[in-house]
Design a protein around this ligand. Sequence first.
Ligand code: ATP
Length: 233
Amino acid sequence: MLKLENVSTFYGAIQALNEVSVEVNQGEIVTLIGANGAGKTTLLMSVCGNPRARSGRITFLDEDITQESTHVIMQRGIAISPEGRRVFPDLTVAENLNMGAFFLNRAQTEEGMEHVFDLFPRLRERAGQRAGTMSGGEQQMLAIGRALMTRPKLLLLDEPTLGLAPLIIAQIFDIIRTIREEGVTVFLVEQNANKALQVADRGYVLETGKVVLADTGANLLSNDEVRKAYLGA
Ligand code: ATP
């Protein structure tokens, strides 16, 4: 479904991704783990065309999207819940969800919002509340909900459990499973390697901009190097 082939991305002279090749198949949950600064966020953002890959090729549903602009990539069926959630604190829950619906017509927006409210009943209860006054977990649900407004085929999730309490983390992983059951493919970046590999069909390990390991979630969980470096074993 999504394919990165030898993708290199730079910030000026700084190379953040070095010939990265990654594949996400339809219906999968794929997890990307790696230390701080390994390039995980850059990889997800490169899929969205911002920053654009300097070399290599990115295809989505067999179409080359390497040079597409971000809004065209979103219209093709990719959505992202960015690192740090980035909800608009002064806007209400409903207004934040509307921001995720920028290219939908009114009927599609209403349908999208109903779908998000079915998935996150808490957001329905809080539809009129300003996002900045909600808990971290609620804001994360809102960020995921906003990404789902366009009914994407592929959802990119950047560190959805960062800074959340264990109980909320478990809820977020349950939601990720539910989203996949609804037919959305998920590409997940996580610091919480243990939980993220448990939920994943397959995973990749990124080190200083390079993919160093690729395997099933189960195999990565039992891999000695992964256990030492990322699972605190
Ligand atoms: P973290 O988990 O800490 O967010 P990450 O694996 O997501 O890390 P990136 O944020 O993708 O890593 O960063 C990869 C590299 O690119 C780092 O060396 C970082 O300093 C650099 N980098 C990221 N964003 C920028 C930017 N806007 N300008 C310059 N360098 C950047």
